[in-house]
Design a protein around this ligand. Structure first.
Ligand SMILES: [Zn+2]
Ligand SMILES: [Zn+2]
Length: 239
């Protein structure tokens, strides 16, 4: 019934075709020339081999030179800026769930030629805490993970649960933040994932704390062999 109503509405008021990133008119809802060029330029820039963040002419960023991450590799489609940042904000805060399709496709394209990513056994979205999920109505990471699952032909398995909402952490130091985060995730039903490679999906990697905490749970409670991370965007600096 809802679908029929939508079809009728679309006939009377044809939806404007827009670029999923900048929102400007674009034929067939494809990414427009300008945004394609922006993406191509960003993707040609160097990124840290380990954490996937933008770097200047070095193989590893300063943070990866100093510390170990629990995950094996992290990759992002592009830096959290320009039209990609705007699209992520519309996707998350303005109920534009349909954007998961083109955005998820960009994530697939980012890793489709990376053998390690192609060999992942399961795709795991970073979960939201229940209260936040109720407020927003959807988990952006799950919607993206579904697209990545289809695109890479790797099963989706929502094995993580988030018991606490840890987003406002500004008054905590790095160690306290990490501690908080690690207690925020748990594995559903103590599922055994021994020997498997998990591909963890989130929208943006910022401090790396969230994906690290989720990775620790997959490694320690789930027994996975390794965790790879894939996000839509990465902030330039981790702090
Ligand atoms: Zn555009
Ligand atoms: Zn790095």
């Amino acid at each position: 019934m809802v679908q029929l109503w939508e079809t009728l509405l679309n006939l009377i008021f044809p939806p404007r075709q827009q670029c999923p990133l900048c929102h400007n008119p674009s034929e067939n809802d494809l990414i427009c020339t300008q945004c394609s060029q922006w993406l191509a330029t960003k993707q040609k820039e160097r990124y840290c081999y380990r954490c996937g963040r933008p770097v200047n002419n070095v193989a590893l960023c300063s943070q990866c030179m100093q510390q170990e991450w629990p995950f094996t590799l992290a990759r992002a489609v592009a830096p959290y800026s320009g039209p990609l940042k705007k699209a992520i904000q519309r996707f998350k805060y303005h109920q534009k769930q349909k954007l998961a399709v083109p955005l998820g496709r960009l994530m697939v394209q980012r890793v489709i030629n990376e053998p390690l990513y192609r060999q992942a056994d399961l795709i795991v979205p970073v979960p939201l805490a229940d209260a936040k999920l109720r407020r927003r109505g959807f988990n952006q990471a799950t919607l993206l993970a579904r697209q990545v699952s289809v695109g890479l032909n790797i099963p989706l398995n929502e094995v993580l649960r988030r018991t606490a909402d840890t987003s406002p952490q500004v008054n905590l130091n790095r160690q306290q933040r990490m501690q908080n985060l690690q207690q925020a995730f748990t594995l559903k039903n103590n599922i055994n994932l021994s020997g498997k490679t998990a591909l963890l999906i989130d929208d943006v990697i910022t401090t790396g704390g969230t994906v690290s905490a989720a990775t620790e749970v997959l490694l320690k409670q789930g027994g996975v062999k390794q965790v790879l991370v894939l996000t839509l965007a990465a902030t330039a600096k981790s702090t």
